[in-house]
Write a protein that binds this ligand. Sequence first.
Ligand code: ATP
Ligand code: LTN
Length: 334
Amino acid sequence: METKQKRVLSLIQPSGIPTLGNYLGALKNWSDIADEYECAFGVADLHAITVRQDPQKFRKQVSDMYALLLALDLKPEKNILFVQSQVPTHAQMGWILDCYTQFGEMSRMTQFKDKSKQHADNVNVGLFSYPALMAGDILLYQADYVPVGADQKQHLEICRDIANRFNGLYGDVFTIPEPLIRDTGARIMSLTDPTKKMSKSDPNPKSYVSIFDEPNVIAKKIRSAVTDSEACVRYAEGKDGVNNLMSIYSCVTGLTNEQIEAEFAGKGYGDFKNAVADAVIASLEPLQAEFKRVSSDRAYLEQCMKEGAEKAMYVSSKTLNKAMKKIGFYQFKK
Ligand code: ATP
Ligand code: LTN
């Protein structure tokens, strides 16, 4: 018997240039599995307006992020590559799921707590209900797997709770998704404070490597990354800075921690940092070149965007209609 191909879905916010953390924690995994599954990948622009965006910059960030999906070779002819706001079912499903989510469970979300501290002057209702919109993104496509970084685990858990609750009331409407979180690279840390997550909205650009940084900038940032005074390359508790650089090196070279420790036995952090920088530069260079090529071809980009939105609309409408029917919304007899 032929088994149905598993579905994968993930989105990224167009809230700035992605960092090495976004790349290793999410984007690289997307391209690693794009051939293997039926995939939908999207630019989460509806999520991004939970913090204030400058209209001109925002438009560019969305098209750049979409160009990046194409540059990652995510196969627009086979997979669905879309911009969330161009597929109205997402906003519709978001509202429906808001009504199946409890205030108390939503209040526990750590991203909401962190972001409301960061943007204390704009703690809007969208920031609070963000996980229900995200649950809609996932459930609309009946996704089996959701490749994300470790910071999104809690949002996946609430998505599963919402889906189980809905299915409990109305029967099997939604597939219950599972997060795909890699062991290595799921939480790349800040280069200036390795106890904090590397984040593209960090005000200190030395804390992150942006995936479009020039080679000399990457080398400089990695060489000045915070480590410790032991001068020994080994993965151990309390060595957050070295552990982080080892994770980065492991992701881009495929080497295990033991192999990395052996490679740098008896060598200092200078040699190690140079090797990490060289490997990161080599892994980002082809992506940077491809991004330049794709983003200069506006006609191709817009054609892919339109086709992606149509395909996304087709798949997601089926689930939305099914859910609306179960709830009892009035539907025409045709
Ligand atoms: P911001 O820094 O603006 O709050 P973000 O980079 O944390 O945003 P997204 O752009 O939505 O958030 O993240 C896209 C993907 O990258 C998600 O799957 C997220 O889990 C992953 N990700 C984000 N930061 C890291 C990190 N430091 N290490 C590994 N994965 C990460
Ligand atoms: N909330 C995520 C981005 C996001 C997402 C999704 C990820 C929006 N919708 C659906 C996976 C599946 C973030 O901030 N990283």
